[in-house]
Design a protein around this ligand. Structure first.
Ligand code: NAG
Ligand code: NAG
Ligand code: NAG
Ligand code: NAG
Ligand code: NAG
Ligand code: NAG
Ligand code: NAG
Ligand code: NAG
Ligand code: NAG
Ligand code: NAG
Length: 384
């Protein structure tokens, strides 16, 4: 049997097989004084970055190094081996193209993936053909993306619905934190965190639970905080009240301002006139939040019942009707014209009557008494 250490046989036996044979032969060799150790730099690798697998206390007089995946020296799992005397690197079945094996036994893995998490075993073959083996463990963690808070109910109703908020998608080795209104979660029974704290349950929401909510996901290599999330609590909408600057006004005399008082935030306002959706005429303007309606100048067509309605996506409530009464002066002007006409006609009639009566009096004075005059005429002629 040939001694395996013979320089002649080493030239003929393939290097990797020799290393394996040597390792099998010397597996039980007691450890040398300086213990071979493996260090991962950085100790917690982030996916996509580079990581060094350092071999420490590697003896000066080495023939070569071989890195394997797994916890054993197994040629099927060889990544790469390096032979000191020729500076030759041999890649193994587990070589991905991203590994570099340096002359000092250090292995560089670039753009490391989560799949590469696991044990790595370094085999060091010394000049005396004794070997040292050490295994180290690589942890590759994903760099967490910005988590997005999702709710299982986008329109929860106040005092009715329970909402579950979830921080991002599920990832291993991730811890979570939550804030409401930039404060840590208040103590109370209505807020429940899941065991991993990824989900926050808000039991029977109230408008005070609107938020904003922020969550943070943290793993060994990254910390990532969500954008603020606001819970849109739909409260039953309270009935708004409607007020007018003046409910009885005269046409063309200044503006009328109708104000809708809705004692809630988060509601929108719309207007109704005579029960129909109000069509904005030229003389009408709404404030930017639609809560005040200004009619300037007011005219008689604006007479009628006004209502405002407060609403959100789930509920709405309409005010009592408010009656706006617009009076106008043309009524009195029309009367006076009629009166003047009446007076003129009356005066004319009186004048005509007087003229007729005067004429009658004049005629009657001339032949007075009418009966004797007619009888005297013929007799008069008989006298002369
Ligand atoms: C090298 O080996 C010695 C002895 O076993 C040990 O004390 C020392 O920590 C080792 N150095 C490194 C960097 O691992
Ligand atoms: C191996 O590399 C070292 C330094 O990089 C060099 O000095 C030596 O000559 C090289 N040996 C061979 C056989 O190429
Ligand atoms: C080995 O060499 C590499 C590349 O020069 C270096 O980054 C690494 O720190 C060295 N390893 C040791 C254990 O010194
Ligand atoms: C790293 O690997 C990923 C796939 O695993 C690839 O998409 C990316 O381009 C690589 N980045 C670099 C810098 O090589
Ligand atoms: C959201 O989850 C809570 C708790 O599981 C449940 O009570 C509620 O019905 C869910 N809401 C919807 C809209 O699914
Ligand atoms: C990551 O989580 C897995 C199981 O979920 C666990 O076995 C492992 O030890 C964790 N890694 C770290 C670095 O915490
Ligand atoms: C909301 O908070 C205010 C002030 O803290 C409190 O007065 C009110 O009762 C709360 N409303 C509900 C429905 O919890
Ligand atoms: C309302 O308008 C009428 C007519 O323009 C005016 O006479 C009255 O004084 C106003 N009332 C108030 C309270 O301003
Ligand atoms: C006001 O009402 C108009 C329709 O009349 C609507 O388009 C607009 O969005 C409303 N504005 C607000 C702030 O609610
Ligand atoms: C608004 O909510 C109240 C209380 O939940 C309900 O009685 C009413 O019918 C709702 N109105 C509309 C228009 O949905």
């Amino acid at each position: 049997m040939e001694p395996p250490s013979g320089p002649a046989s080493r030239r003929h036996v393939p290097w990797s097989r020799l290393l394996l044979a040597v390792s099998l032969l010397t597996f039980w060799t007691p450890p040398t004084t300086a213990q071979l150790t493996i260090e991962m730099v950085p100790p917690l690798a982030a996916e996509g970055l580079d990581v060094l697998l350092l071999g420490h206390n590697v003896t000066k007089n080495t023939l070569g190094y071989a890195w394997h995946r797994g916890e054993r020296v197994d040629n099927v799992q060889l990544i790469a081996s390096y032979r000191v005397d020729t500076n030759a690197t041999t890649n193994g079945p587990e070589y991905s193209g991203r590994e570099t094996l340096y002359a000092n036994g250090t292995l560089l893995i670039q753009n490391v993936t989560q799949r590469e998490t696991g044990p790595y075993t370094l085999l060091v073959t010394k000049n005396n053909l004794q070997t040292e083996i050490q295994t180290g463990r690589l942890h590759v963690h994903p760099v967490l993306p910005t988590p997005v808070i999702t709710s299982n109910n986008s329109n929860p109703r106040e005092h009715e619905d329970t909402v579950v908020l979830t921080c991002g998608s599920e990832t291993q080795n991730t811890s979570y934190m939550w804030w409401i209104n930039s404060q840590s979660l208040p103590k109370g029974t209505r807020l429940e965190l899941s065991k991993d704290k990824r989900t926050l349950t808000v039991v029977t929401v109230t408008r005070n639970d609107t938020g904003p909510y922020v969550c943070e996901a943290r793993n060994p290599v990254s910390v990532s905080r969500s954008d603020p999330f606001t819970l849109d609590v739909l409260s039953p909408v309270a009935k708004p009240s409607l007020q007018a600057s003046n409910a009885t006004v005269t046409e063309h005399e200044g503006p009328v301002v109708l104000t809708c008082l809705a004692d809630e935030t988060g509601v929108s306002i719309r207007w109704f006139f005579k029960g129909q959706s109000l069509l904005l005429a030229e003389r009408m303007t709404l404030s930017s939040d639609n809560s005040t309606l200004t009619i300037d100048p007011v005219s008689r067509e604006n007479t009628g019942d006004y209502q405002c309605e407060a609403f959100n996506r789930g509920n709405s409530s309409r005010s009592d009707p408010l009656r706006l009464h617009v009076t106008w002066r043309e009524t009195s002007r029309a009367l006076s014209v009629g009166a003047i006409t009446g007076i003129v006609i009356g005066v004319l009639l009186v004048l005509i009557l007087l003229a007729v009566v005067g004429r009658l009096i004049f005629l009657h004075r001339g032949n007075w008494p009418p009966a004797s005059t007619s009888g005297r005429g013929p007799s008069g002629s008989s006298v002369s």
